[in-house]
Each structure stands twice: as C-alpha cells, then as structure tokens.
Write a protein that binds this ligand. Sequence first.
Ligand SMILES: [Ca+2]
Ligand SMILES: [Ca+2]
Ligand SMILES: [Ca+2]
Length: 374
Amino acid sequence: MLEGSITLEEFYSMLKKLALDAKFITDTTAVGLPVQRGENNLLVNKDEKASLLPPVPLLGGVRGGFYLRFPSWEGLGVGSAFCLLALVGIAQPAQATTNLTALNPGITINTFTECLNDGVALVTGQNPIDQYGWQYTIDSAHDGVDGLQVGGNAYEIYSLALKETADDIVVALNANMPLTGVDGTPADDGNIGWGDLFFNFSGQDFSSASNAGDLFAVRFAETNDSLVPNIGLYGDVTATSTTAINSGFSSIEAYNQHVATYGCNGPGCDPSLGDLAADSTYFEQNQSLNAIASGTYLTGLSFLSTAELSATGYDANQFAGEHTIAFKFSKSSICDRGFCQASEVTKSVPEPSGIFGLGIIGLVTATGLRLRRR
Ligand SMILES: [Ca+2]
Ligand SMILES: [Ca+2]
Ligand SMILES: [Ca+2]
C-alpha cells in the first residue's frame, strides 16, 4: 500500500482510476484542471473531500469544461491534504469550417415573361465564373416577340446572371422589360410583365420537378400574375402557366415557331433559352410553365440599386437591355433543405490526441508523498 511513497506505476494506476471516474460535461477539447483540496477551495462541498473545480481553458477553442471527480485520497490509502495540478488533454474531433454552396454545377435557373414572348435559362457551371463571382448567360437579342415584330422590342430579354456569396444568391436580369411590366396590353389585367424565376436543384427536368413540388422559385415582380401572394423565395414549388391570361403563347414550341417564322434571318436569329437550346428537352415543349402555382414562402428579397449592383462586380455594360433588375436573397433556407454542398476546410487541430493525455505538472502532498523510481 501507499505509505508516503509510491512507484511511478502505482501513480499512473491511480491517475487511471481517477480518469475512469471522470465525467464529461461538454465537448471540451482540452482543459487545465487544477485539483485542490482544502478549506480555501470554496467550490468543494463540505462533506466532500473530492475536488470539483471549474475548467481552466489553456488552449484556443476550449468551450465548457471537464469535471474530474476526485475520490477521497484516504480511499487510495494516502493521508491528508494535497494539491494536484494536472493538465488534462482530451482528444477532440478535427475542427473544420464548412462552406455551403448552393449553385453547384448543373443547376438550371430560368424565367419567361408572362406571355412567353421570351425566356432565358442559366445552367450553373456552363459558363465560367468571373473574378467577381458572377456567371452570365447571354440570351438571343433577337427573340423577343411583340406580335409580328420579333427582336429588340419591349419583351426582349438579354441576359441572366447569378452570383453566390457566403450568405446570399444575387440575381441580375437585363432586359427591355421593366420590373413592373408593360401596360396597355391585351392581357386580362392590362399588363404583361415578368413571370417568376425558377431554381431547379432536383436534377429532374422542369415538369417532373414541378409535378413533384421540388422546385424553388422567386416571385420578384409584384405586379405579375403569380399565384403566390408575396415577393420572395419559395420552396416546394409547383409551376403553372399564365400565358392564357396574358395574350401569350400556349407552348414553347409555338413561340419557337413564331420566332422562326417572323424573326430575322442569319446568325443569332434563332430563338434561344440562354444556356439551353430553344427546343431543349429540359422543358416540355408543349407547355408554357412560367409562374408559381404553389409553394412555401421561405424568405424575402432585397433589391439592389445600380450602385449596389456595381459594387458586386456586375458588368452592366455588356448588355443592351434598358433595365437591369437585381435582387438578392438568403440561401440559408435552400441549404437548410439539403440542397447545398458542403466543402470542408479543415483547420489545424490543437494537440493532444488520444482519449486522455495526462500530464502532471505538479503533485504536492502534505504527507510527503513522493515518487520514487524502482
Ligand atoms: Ca430567349
Ligand atoms: Ca432574348
Ligand atoms: Ca399580367
């Protein structure tokens, strides 16, 4: 038994016993744990010889603490008070920061006007992302339809651009169509404007994603005929067509045929859907889905002024449209629903490793407990 001196093996065995009695209270990484017995220790209960002390952070990233329940020293065959200062290092998982990306390659984002007189789609990753984080798709400048006049009219869309930041998705549309649409038209409400902007993260074609309620969409035009009430981002979206009440085309193929018939001839005169061919099978060619039918409201939009858009690095000079409509919204709800990909950046992990690394800084006992080597 211990009689004022112990071997190293005995000492380590004693520490091991203490460790087995340890209780984790948080995800502590490493703490310095001074264990002290004595009347000057206010944290020790009167009837408890064990010492329960708050954690002392020694290394960066320490949160919470670690309790070492110290059994009665007499129970270990040792005499009276002592002071033990132990440095306890506990293994921690590798610390990694996670960057969440919503606009991973292959996602299709699209919008049409309310009458399907033009449309544009951007497929992420199809065009390079510039130094400011913007990716652009360029639509035909000659496929906007205004009756028998095709190209360069009030319905012409020129480009769709997207930028993702740590928190937001920023959208910029360049077109002759103003945000509030065109008044004095044959539409039921006298106005033909923008449809809604759809995001398809599902990997399905547009109609399949719509039928499954797997689309996201933004209603950004307050005066349009969207079936959801408010401006903002929606999830669980199904799409519908508002072309019938906006004097529009009943299908994409009818629009394509109209442009082919009445549009210009030559390079750049074919109808276009930006990054997609006008006859892309991504859309059902006999449909004209351009507005949100139903969805779950997720978050609002912030419109960007010309100066704010310029500050993002957007190149406003490359497109001929009279209007650039720009807004941003938080991507957190998209990520919360599992549509963002995580890329982890692992930080260096402070030592030590192992379940317990026990380093004894000092051990002092009033009984003259000392270590001796055999
Ligand atoms: Ca187009
Ligand atoms: Ca166009
Ligand atoms: Ca309308």
